[in-house]
Design a protein around this ligand. Structure first.
Ligand SMILES: [Ca+2]
Ligand SMILES: [Ca+2]
Ligand SMILES: [Ca+2]
Length: 217
């Protein structure tokens, strides 16, 4: 039995090797986006069911949006790149105004501003700024209070700042926000770690060799 299993695995391995590498460059890859792309994410931003690419370009102080053709080729969306007011490193996508089109948020780690860039539905973004009270790094866009409206959780160095969204693009601080962490929190992740149905937050503490876990209520 064991010998048969080993043989089957060996045959499967040989077949896999014959098929060649698991990944190969897409036609035209790499695609130019702009100066110093510091983050990248994928989403269908123009609702054509083809995956698109969103990449904040730090030195251009702008976000590049590349529309996909569904075959692995990409071109800049009309108007891309989209300017923001100051350099940023990280971007997050989520529907902030309830129109089911993914909007964009960039964090600017040398100020307490984030830029909210609503999507016009064709993959064009125009931003406005929002003060969140602390310098922000990584942002997570997800509903944390169960009202089905997207909220904003930002890693803000020595804390996590949580803003409730009203589903129309406005935000206000969650009770108790900002929530202290250990120091050096650049990224936050959401997950229900105690299985009570409420999303919880995990943040890194770069300076303390630890992670902080915040249980949602
Ligand atoms: Ca698309
Ligand atoms: Ca919410
Ligand atoms: Ca929980």
């Amino acid at each position: 039995m064991r010998a048969a299993l080993v043989l089957i695995l060996a045959i499967a391995h040989a077949i896999a090797q014959q098929r060649g590498p698991l990944f190969e460059p897409a036609p035209g890859s790499p695609f130019a986006v702009g100066a110093s792309p510091s983050d990248v994410t994928t989403s269908d931003v123009n609702n054509d069911r083809n995956m698109d690419i969103i990449s904040p370009c730090t030195r251009d102080v702008a976000v590049a949006v590349l529309l996909g053709d569904g075959k692995g080729r990409f071109r800049h969306a009309p108007g891309s790149q989209f300017k923001v007011e100051m350099p940023m490193h990280l971007a997050a996508l989520g529907d902030l105004n309830g129109d089911r089109k993914p909007d964009l948020v960039t964090a600017h780690d040398d100020s307490d501003l984030i830029t909210i860039l609503p999507n016009d539905g064709r993959g064009a973004f125009k931003g406005y700024e929002h003060h969140i009270g602390s310098r922000a790094w990584g942002v997570v866009l997800a509903d944390v209070n169960g009202d089905r409206r997207t909220d904003l959780s930002a890693a803000t160095n020595d804390s996590v700042t949580v803003l409730f969204g009203d589903g129309g693009g406005s935000f206000w601080a969650a009770p108790g926000s900002p929530f202290p962490t250990g120091g050096g929190s650049w990224k936050a992740a959401l997950g229900d770690v105690n299985r009570d149905g409420h999303p919880d937050i995990v943040a890194n503490n770069l300076e303390k060799n630890s992670v902080t876990v915040l249980l949602g209520r």
